[in-house]
Every structure is written in structure tokens, then in C-alpha cells.
Write a protein that binds this ligand. Structure first.
Ligand code: 3PG
Length: 223
């Protein structure tokens, strides 16, 4: 099948999902036993949307456990880079998908996916192409390395309809600057799930970081 304008418009929108919290934690699970307590801490802290990156051997099992056991969690799979991963994510119970970038064949596969997708892009042309296909919320990645807030401000003039979840290099210091932009519906980041806290089983720290992140104000409107 070839890609045509609006192909992805039958995709469920990611907007209602990102409306739920200003920050999407980007989680790397090394030990499966950390998945459920980590997700519980994030939900308790007010961040129900959780992106589990497919970068570790246990990532899909982590998605499966969080989906089955953590009430209130909305768990998705990140670092989706090829179509072969999509079926496994769906089977594990992922409720959304995220990619760091989007090849034409990945876009085609996403367009047939029955759950919301935040497709990755880093340039104006990539963002325009994805919007043209019907993707509503784009992951801007790697945000800081690709021009950050200045880039998003610059393209909001000619392309005011684009909506982003910037990720990559974002932390408590610069998240408010991103969230002050009307085009930024949420930001993604790993700062709320520090590897050392997870290793130490310090889920209280994760909950506190999540609570602070959940309180961030954003300018985007969802209604
Ligand atoms: C991602 O996969 O989105 C990034 O690795 C997260 O970036 P960060 O670690 O800089 O927040």
C-alpha cells in the first residue's frame, strides 16, 4: 500500500492521552521486578502515561505486567523503530506507541495500528509529512539537540497546526519553557525515573519527582 494524504487519520488520536499529564516518563526497565512498583509510583505521583522503551530484554514483559497489574496506568511502548515490533507491543497490552523517528514504512505500519501513536520527527519537513498523513501529536526528538524551544517557536509561525511532545534533553529546568508553548501538549523525559533510584528500589523518590512534574503548568489547550 502506498502512503496517501490522511492515511493515518483513522488512527485514534493521541491528544486525549497526553491531555492526562504534562509529562510522559520515558522508562528503561532493566529488571522486570522493578516494572510494577515503578509504574505504581508514577501513577501515585500523578503521571499515569508511561512510555516503556523497547531497549532492554524485559521491556515487553514490563509492559505486560504494568498493563495487567497497575490500576490507573496507561502504558505505552517507546523506541519503536520497525514494523515488526508493533504486533508484539499490541499483544503485550501497550495502549500507545512512540517512535524516535519515522521511516516511510514505519509510518505506513503506524497508520494501520489500532492504538494512538506519537511518531517521531526532528525537522519541519518531517513534521509536515507526518501531519499531512494525519498524525496529530508528534514526538519532537531529540528535542534539545534539534533546536529545542527556539525551533518549536520558529515553526509555530508557518505551521501553527502542529502539536508536539518534545523529548530528549528535557528536565525540570527547561520543561516549563517547552510547556509554555501552545504547540507543546506534553514533554517526555527520563528525569522522573532516574536509573540510580530504580536500581536502589527508591520508588519514593520516583513518586516525588513525578508529583513535581505532574504539577507543571502547560499552555496547550485540549478542548
Ligand atoms: C527518549 O527515548 O525519548 C529519550 O532517550 C529520553 O530522553 P532523556 O533521557 O534526555 O529524557
Amino acid at each position: 500500500m502506498s502512503l496517501t494524504r490522511g492515511l493515518a487519520s483513522r488512527l485514534p488520536s493521541a491528544l486525549p492521552l497526553v491531555a492526562k499529564a504534562p509529562v510522559v516518563p520515558v522508562v528503561v526497565i532493566e529488571r522486570l521486578e522493578d516494572a510494577v512498583p515503578l509504574a505504581r509510583a508514577l501513577v501515585e505521583g500523578g503521571l499515569p502515561l508511561i512510555e516503556v522503551t523497547l531497549r532492554t530484554a524485559v521491556a515487553l514483559e514490563a509492559v505486560r505486567h504494568i498493563a495487567a497489574e497497575v490500576e490507573g496506568a496507561i502504558v505505552g511502548a517507546g523506541t519503536v523503530v520497525e514494523r515488526a515490533q508493533i504486533e508484539a507491543c499490541l499483544e503485550a497490552g501497550a495502549t500507545f506507541l512512540v517512535s524516535p523517528g519515522t521511516t516511510p514504512s514505519l509510518a505506513e505500519a503506524f497508520a494501520e495500528t489500532p492504538i494512538p501513536v506519537m511518531a517521531g520527527c526532528a525537522t519541519a519537513s518531517e513534521a509536515m509529512r507526518l501531519a499531512e498523513l494525519g498524525f496529530e501529536v508528534l514526538k519532537f526528538f531529540p528535542a534539545e539537540a534539534s533546536g529545542g524551544v527556539a525551533f518549536l517557536k520558529s515553526i509555530a509561525g508557518p505551521l501553527p497546526h502542529l502539536r508536539f511532545c518534545p523529548t530528549g534533553g528535557i528536565g525540570p529546568a527547561n520543561a516549563p519553557d517547552y510547556l509554555a508553548l501552545p504547540s507543546v501538549v506534553a514533554v517526555g523525559g527520563s528525569w522522573v525515573v532516574p536509573a540510580d533510584a530504580i536500581r536502589a528500589g527508591d520508588f519514593g523518590k520516583v513518586r516525588d519527582l513525578a508529583k513535581a512534574a505532574a504539577g507543571l503548568k502547560r499552555a496547550a489547550r485540549f478542548g
